[in-house]
Design a protein. Structure first.
Length: 77
């Protein structure tokens, strides 16, 4: 028997759970969790991915910080 998964419903359930956990963390610490991303260069697919992660953070009550660096940035920098 095949099992059909509803990805949207599962994602919504996970985000609802995360929202509760984020609120508990905020209440305990007085601080908002944050996701920091570093985007090197101007790859469109990577920029879209980072933007989507920022949107997801806002949906669950987190902050996000996007750091953008030029393509010439070296690993050492």
């Amino acid at each position: 028997m095949a099992l059909v998964l509803d990805g949207r419903a599962l994602a919504k359930q996970i985000e609802e759970n995360l929202s509760v956990r984020v609120e508990v963390l905020k209440a305990k610490t007085g601080r908002t969790p944050i996701l920091a991303t570093i985007l090197v260069g101007d790859d469109g697919a990577s920029a879209t991915y980072v933007r989507m992660k920022g949107n997801a953070c806002r949906r669950v009550g987190m902050d996000s910080l996007k750091i953008e660096l030029s393509q010439e940035t070296t690993t050492e920098q």
